[in-house]
Design a protein around this ligand. Structure first.
Ligand SMILES: Cc1ncc(COP(=O)(O)O)c(C=O)c1O
Length: 451
């Protein structure tokens, strides 16, 4: 039997982006590889042909300045020559061995251990979700406990262990029985209820709630996981008090602390946020900016925790994956990390980010529009209908979604691309510069005026 073909309404031709998208819609659920990617269609069809530096080109030949950067991995710009040529050299030698090791594995693991202060050993995988999955399994094996404490609004990947209370609806907000916790909200149908029930959800940046939740659940926790700067809903920066309580409570109670640095590591600081917050997590997850767009990720951490996966001790944690330590991702990581370590990339981008934020704030003031510009270093978000520095998910949940989509459409029409999802963020890369900044602010001025 032959495979079913798309119906007549989705002809297999490529002459315009609309046709590409309609072909995709016929055979791909939602017409894109994830629901979040499909949201780009809110600002019109978008099918990409190529990417170079800070520029995306659609199949129709439209050029867009890219502030999406694939949700953050593209740190050095699309098609960075040193990264791409490292990958090409690797491919010429051989792509996958699936037994023993390669010199690259040791080199990149050493590099991660050098850069990230808490990391002694490393296991590679291919996505941030895999990294958090492995970290939690290691933490569960180490403690013998099942419950995981996570914070409302943090995203740690798509798997059942963590896809809980990322964007909880209003009815899921509020304390459970007057206590410190929130009712865990399953983000997807089809999730294992025991995974959801074993998640203790606490509001971000609330030291008191954290302290109380640790008092209640400390003995039954496998770990505490968080994004050290919470970017899954724009940008929530942790307060000093929150960080101090997090550090004290996890270390005094001997509960493994897992830093999900999938967005923050190498983008915000070569040593991750752990190099600045004065906290030494037990486990760290990295991905995204580590490979400048190539699929590569890792879980790293204390020797005692990682060694459980060594296959030579009694606890025997299984970490597996046909493509783990893939030479393509690792050669991209090696080249990217070399550049990050030697060229002060996070610092350069932080300065550019400050100028985008300052410009946007001036524009909101000039136009008398209620809103705020939030962000950290190379990441920023414009949020309408809300003011003040947000501290937790509830401070973000009331933003004006429709107005943001209007702004995204206005900017898309003027050649600037970012996801119209109002909870997401703009990213900057080394390929962005003063000209992009000036063009962005001029066009934002017009787009805001139109609104
Ligand atoms: C903080 C954080 N952790 C984990 C993940 C999951 O990574 P991946 O999409 O590579 O599975 C993401 C993805 O956006 C993320 O932002």
């Amino acid at each position: 039997m032959t495979n079913p073909q798309p119906d007549d309404e989705a002809p297999r031709t490529d002459s315009s982006d609309t046709e590409v998208v309609s072909r995709a819609r016929a055979v791909v659920p939602g017409g894109a590889q994830t629901g979040l990617r499909a949201q780009a269609y809110d600002c019109g069809d978008v099918a990409f042909e190529s990417a170079d530096g800070a520029t995306l080109t659609t199949v129709e030949g439209e050029e867009l300045t890219d502030y999406h950067l694939a949700f953050g991995p593209i740190l050095l710009g699309h098609g960075h020559p040193e990264v791409d040529s490292a990958v090409r050299e690797t491919i010429d030698r051989g792509v996958l061995y699936g037994a023993g090791t390669t010199e690259l594995e040791a080199e990149v693991a050493e590099r991660l251990a050098d850069l990230l202060p808490s990391v002694e050993m490393v296991n590679f995988c291919n996505s941030g979700s895999e990294a958090t999955y492995h970290a939690i399994r290691l933490a569960r094996a180490h403690t013998g406990n099942e419950k995981l404490l996570k914070f409302e609004g943090c995203y740690h990947g798509w798997h059942d262990y963590v896809d809980v209370s990322v964007y909880p609806p209003a009815e899921a907000l509020g304390d459970v029985d007057g206590g410190p916790e929130r009712k865990p909200f399953a983000e997807s149908d089809g999730m294992l209820s025991s995974a959801v029930e074993n998640t203790v959800v606490v509001p971000f940046n609330n030291p008191e709630a954290l302290r109380e939740a640790m008092e209640i659940h400390g003995d039954e926790l496998a770990g505490v996981i968080l994004e050290p700067v919470l970017h899954s809903v724009g940008c929530l920066r942790p307060t000093d008090e929150f960080v101090a309580v997090l550090d004290a409570e996890t270390s005094e109670r001997d509960v493994p602390l897992i830093f999900d640095e999938v967005i923050t590591a190498f983008r915000h600081a070569a040593g991750g946020m752990q190099s600045e917050l004065g906290v030494s997590p037990d486990l760290t997850c990295v991905a995204k900016a580590m490979g400048n767009g190539y699929p590569v990720a890792a879980v790293g951490g204390r020797r005692e925790l990682l060694a459980q996966a060594g296959g030579d001790n009694e606890s025997g944690v299984v970490i597996s994956g046909t493509y783990s330590g893939h030479p393509v991702g690792l050669s991209a990581a090696k080249a990217t990390l070399d550049i990050v370590a030697s060229e002060e990339v996070p610092e350069l981008l932080a300065d550019l980010g400050d100028r985008y934020r300052a410009g946007l704030r001036d524009l909101l003031d000039d136009h008398g529009i209620e809103g705020r510009v939030v962000g950290f270093r190379s990441i920023f978000s414009l949020q309408f209908g809300v003011t003040g520095e947000p501290r937790d998910y509830e401070d973000v949940a009331g933003l004006d979604e429709e107005r943001f989509r209007e702004f995204a459409q206005g900017m898309r029409d003027r050649g600037h691309f970012f996801t119209p999802n109002p909870y997401k963020r703009h990213h900057l890369s080394l390929a962005h510069g003063d000209e992009d900044l000036a063009a962005y602010l001029d066009d934002a001025d017009e787009a805001l005026m139109e609104m």
